[in-house]
Ligand binder design. Structure first.
Ligand code: FAD
Ligand code: SF4
Length: 406
């Protein structure tokens, strides 16, 4: 464990963003990663809680407490080795993973979770900078041939692991560049494609053969799935030519809306719109690119794909962008009801923190929050019984007049 009292001393610090006015003028990444000192302080917040739920929360089971400890000690080289032991491409996950590890973090119970994703991002960026990420070709060949169909992150990771144990791997991709939806889906401003190109070079150096523009089998007639293949190969042929075939084709079928007017002009799937911009960013020329310049754009869906369409439309220069989402608006603040506050008090303090424009990051909130949790642990149900100094940091003493507990 880095620093025993780290989680009490240091607040969570988020990665920075480039100013909106600057970032909408280009397609470069706009997240500014932590510097070394920030990463050290953030890793010191890891409590080494004994049962690291973060490790199970992470889909690739990253060994999070261990790399946190190594970053805190300044041992970045071993930190990347630990990270790479479970994750082939931390620069992908450190940028675009939704970080379920942080939701699972024990510190998240009573405070802000450890910024695991930002630490991961810092470790891998430092590793590339230092030249620590190198090809690791197999020492012995098995003589077995494996075909991997589909070059998204799943196919790339599988190809890498198979090549490193000595198999002769060929990675097939129907599109003209490898990377799957990371290449032709996720916009460059979330993840620049040079990260995929570097890994492609590493795969080749490790002995993987990349075959792009090759469709295995065929798409159903009328399919709108992105397809820039030049040639096809039958599954039968693959079975004949290889000892094993791995299918890592992802899930590219868009979900349609069966509503009146769906067939009108100007209505497109996100995956017709986004890949084109990525192609243009890569330097390709496209005829009749779908563009949002000067248009009033409506985006249906408020998830990652929807936000990518908003960001791309803004960068095109749309006149307006309106987004629809079927789910209710997420709360601006943590649900304080869960911490034993009555509803009027929640609104009262929610308003104060919002007005102060420092919700959740502000010291007074944390002081209050911790002391309230402490009170609750001792069986106090609401702030009714809490001593007044609890609220001192907020410049307030006393309940709002509307509190039913008055
Ligand atoms: C717009 C968008 C934004 C997203 N944003 C995020 C995000 O912010 N965070 C996040 O975690 N996830 C995000 N995702 C999801 C993420 O990209 C996918 O979960 C991930 O790429 C899946 O990886 P995969 O390797 O399984 O498949 P894919 O990335 O889909 O790769 C499959 C590859 O197989 C190829 N292929 C398929 N069939 C054949 C065939 N018969 N022959 C040859 N090649 C074939 C395809 O062309 C494709 O390149 C987003 C997805 C989209 C579309
Ligand atoms: S951010 Fe990293 S550690 Fe967290 S869940 Fe994603 S891959 Fe795992």
């Amino acid at each position: 464990m880095g620093k025993i009292t780290g989680f009490m001393e240091f607040e969570r610090v988020e990665e920075g963003y480039k100013p909106v006015g600057e970032r909408v003028k280009n397609y470069k990444e706009f997240v500014i990663g932590l510097d070394d000192a920030q990463a050290k302080a953030q890793s010191a917040r890891c409590m080494d809680c004994g049962t690291p739920f973060c490790n199970n929360g992470c889909p690739v089971n990253n060994i999070i407490p261990d790399f946190n400890e190594l970053v805190y000690q300044g041992d970045w080289k071993n930190a990347i080795d630990v990270l790479h032991s479970t994750n082939n491409f931390p620069e992908f996950t450190g940028r675009i993973c939704p970080a379920p590890c942080e939701a699972a973090c024990t510190l998240n119970v009573a405070d802000d979770a450890v910024g695991i994703k930002s630490i991961e991002h810092a470790i891998i960026d430092r590793a590339w900078q230092e030249g620590w990420v190198k090809p690791r070709p197999a020492a012995h060949k098995t003589g077995k041939k494996v075909a991997v169909v589909g070059s998204g992150p799943a196919g790339m990771a599988a190809a890498q692991q198979l090549a490193r144990v000595g198999h002769d791997v060929t990675l097939f991709e129907k599109n003209d560049r490898i990377g799957g939806l990371l290449r032709y889906g996720i916009p460059d401003f979330k993840m620049e494609k040079s990260h995929i190109d570097r890994r492609a070079e590493q795969l080749v150096a490790e002995g993987v053969t990349l075959k792009t523009g090759v469709m295995v089998g065929e798409l159903p007639a009328g399919s709108k799935v992105t397809n820039w293949s030049q040639e096809t190969i039958t599954p039968k042929q693959l079975q004949k030519d290889f000892d094993a075939v791995l299918l890592t084709g992802g899930s590219e079928q868009s979900r349609d809306l069966n509503v009146p007017g769906r067939d009108l002009a100007g209505i497109h799937f996100a995956m017709e719109f986004l890949p084109q911009q990525n192609k243009v960013n890569a330097g390709d020329k496209l005829k009749d690119q779908l563009r949002a310049d000067g248009k009033h754009v409506i985006v249906i869906g408020g998830g990652d794909t929807g936000s990518d369409c908003v960001g791309t439309s803004n960068r095109h220069g749309a006149k307006s962008v309106t987004q629809f989402e079927v789910m209710p608006q997420p709360p601006e603040e943590e649900n304080l009801l869960g911490h034993g506050l009555c509803k009027p008090c929640c609104h009262h303090f929610g308003r104060i923190w919002r007005r102060q424009r420092q919700p959740r990051q502000c010291q007074s909130y944390h002081r209050f929050h911790r002391r309230l949790c402490h009170q609750r642990a001792q069986g106090v149900c609401c702030w009714r019984h809490a001593p007044r100094p609890v609220f001192g940091g907020l410049g307030h003493s006393g309940r709002p007049p509307s509190c039913p507990l008055n």
